[in-house]
Design a protein around this ligand. Structure first.
Ligand code: DAH
Length: 346
């Protein structure tokens, strides 16, 4: 038996394997259930007990060597024969999915691009703000309802009864960045400020407690309402298409005077009236106006010398109109089936 094993060991070492059929023959001959090594294990039962130890060790060694030889050749032969497939090092790489931008990012980048073409630069401010930048310096009266706990997430209030310029809160609009820019820069100022804002609202298809806005600010000598209107018309045409019409309705904001809201003609029904525009033919997209002299003065800008306009819009709102996706919650759920539908150059 020992002799048999030794001979077989030599035979295995000497056997040549050059392709997969020879490899398979090797496996059948030595390693399969009916192979030689298996037979030897059967014979092992008859080995006298004083030899069992040595024979057993040799037999196991033999099996291990055969298995190792098989494994080594399987690796190299398999790879060589697969050159045209997975192991072809000259094969171009498989493409991997590159993802897509979030619709809010697409629209934000598009709006920034539109305004940067007419000289607006991007500026940003903090999301955790003080009352001074969000309300006081924007000419909100101390008892203005927007400061109410029901709208504003407060982080620190000096007094439960009265508002205080030092109160710390989550900004409820990006208009706070206007103040930050005007405090630091001298006119001419031409800036847009995209960012997240927070309001204490119940979440529904039409409202969310977190959303995004873009604020615009233009301060220089002799800036007029006509400049505002023309800038907004340019913007609406670039974002919604050349055929879009705009209208400005008188409105009220503490930080602008006069103030207006801008509507664009409904891009679904072309202005004829449908359920999206509630049969008015118009959709409200932003608030705007001439910066209130009190706001300029609060930021140390001479309101006799300089005038300016400001505007603010919701990015979700712009995205809703552009993509006709009318449930706000979809923008926050990160459902891949929704997100994968947005592909864009931006
Ligand atoms: N801050 C306003 C809001 O959140 C939007 C707004 C209106 C911004 C008029 C402005 C503006 O700059 O002039 O509803």
């Amino acid at each position: 038996m020992l002799e048999k094993i030794t001979n077989l060991a030599h035979e295995i070492i000497a056997s040549e394997i050059s392709d997969s059929s020879e490899l398979e023959a090797f496996r059948l001959k030595y390693l399969s259930k009916k192979g030689i090594i298996s037979e030897l294990f059967d014979e092992f039962r008859n080995v006298p007990s004083e030899l069992k130890r040595e024979v057993g060790r040799k037999l196991n060694e033999l099996k291990q060597n055969a298995q190792e030889k098989y494994n080594t050749y399987k690796g190299t032969i398999g790879a060589a024969e697969d050159r045209s497939g997975v192991n072809d090092l000259t094969r171009p790489a498989y493409p991997f999915p590159s993802g897509s931008r979030h619709p809010i990012s697409i629209v934000r980048r598009e709006i920034i691009d539109i305004f940067s073409r007419i000289g607006f630069v991007v500026s940003e401010g903090p999301e955790i703000e003080d009352d001074n930048h969000v309300f006081s310096k924007l000419n909100f009266a101390p008892e203005h309802p927007a400061r109410d706990m029901q709208d504003t997430f407060y982080i620190y209030r000096n007094s439960v009864e009265d508002s205080n310029p030092d109160d710390i809160l989550l900004r409820t609009h990006t208009s706070s960045v206007q103040v930050r820019v005007m405090e630091k820069q001298k006119p001419p100022i031409r800036t847009i400020s995209p960012g997240r804002v927070f309001r204490n609202e119940a979440i529904s298809a039409r409202a969310h407690c977190i959303f995004h806005q873009i604020e615009g600010l233009y301060i220089d000598e002799n800036v007029s309402f006509a400049d505002l209107k023309q800038t907004l018309l340019y913007f609406a045409r670039e974002l919604y298409g050349k055929d879009i019409r705009i209208r400005l309705r008188p409105s009220y904001f503490p930080f602008t005077e006069p103030s207006a809201e801008m509507d664009v003609s409904c891009n679904l029904c072309g202005g004829k009236g449908c359920n999206v525009c509630k049969y008015t033919g118009w959709l409200e997209v932003l608030g705007c106006g001439m910066v209130h002299p009190n706001v300029l003065e609060a930021c140390n800008i001479d309101s006799k010398k300089y005038t300016g306009f400001a505007f603010g819009m919701g990015i979700e709102r712009a995205a809703m109109l552009k993509y006709q996706v009318n449930d706000l919650r979809l923008y926050f759920e990160n459902d891949m089936r929704f997100l994968e539908q947005f592909r864009s150059a931006f």
